[in-house]
Design a protein around this ligand. Sequence first.
Ligand code: ADE
Length: 261
Amino acid sequence: MAPHREGSEASVEAMVAQVEKHPISTILIIIEALPVVNKFQLIENPHSSFPKGVPWIHYHGAYKDITINLIWPGKDLTFGVDSVGTISASLVTYASIQALQPDLIINAGTAGGFKEKGAAIGDVFLVSHVAFHDRRIPIPVFDLYGVGLRQTYSTPNLLKALNLKTGKLSTGDSLDMSPHDEASIAANDATVKDMEGAAVAYVAELLKVPAIFVKAVTDIVDGEKPTAEEFLQNLAAVTATLEEVVTQVIDFISGKCLPEL
Ligand code: ADE
């Protein structure tokens, strides 16, 4: 007799297997910039199921055989600037997955790069692993929980087809880098540094949605120029590059099943 399994366990497995066998139909893009909206002629959903009053904006549309959902975290309600960082990213990711049940998440955005690890301005990385660099808990096992190292959903064919660079991403809630952060980033073996990726990965894992991370380098962290100045100087050009690569990623995904990526 076949071993008895709990119904819910069997049905989750069956669902995952189903999704893996069918072409990807719904994607969720969590992105810090908006040009992709115009590129795919996405329209704002005025009836999103997000709580009333949150700044998160849901754009959607169809491209080839894929339903594209793009969530822009929007402007902070108090300070009027873009909502960056892990708190906003976690909430947006959670609410978006609940609302949209995507087959795949693409977190796209800017990052600082380390030239010592091979990063240059304008490079776009398809991230292999994510971890945090500002959650230091020096107690056994809590230390590992704080760092939260996670492998991203593996997409070797996508990496090869688009000829992107790959490397590890380290996430923290600061644009600058304190000496403590620097040591943790080195321990994480990171090539790029951002303010959202590991938080998106945490929620994606929690809710069992595969996630990939496309990060474009606006500033060189181990370079000569002050980070904020270099970031602002390169933001427009690098955002255009990011848009191009996200378009190529969507084109590649179109018509494919998850294991083909
Ligand atoms: N996004 C762009 N540049 C960054 C940096 N240096 N640190 C964190 N996030 C970034």
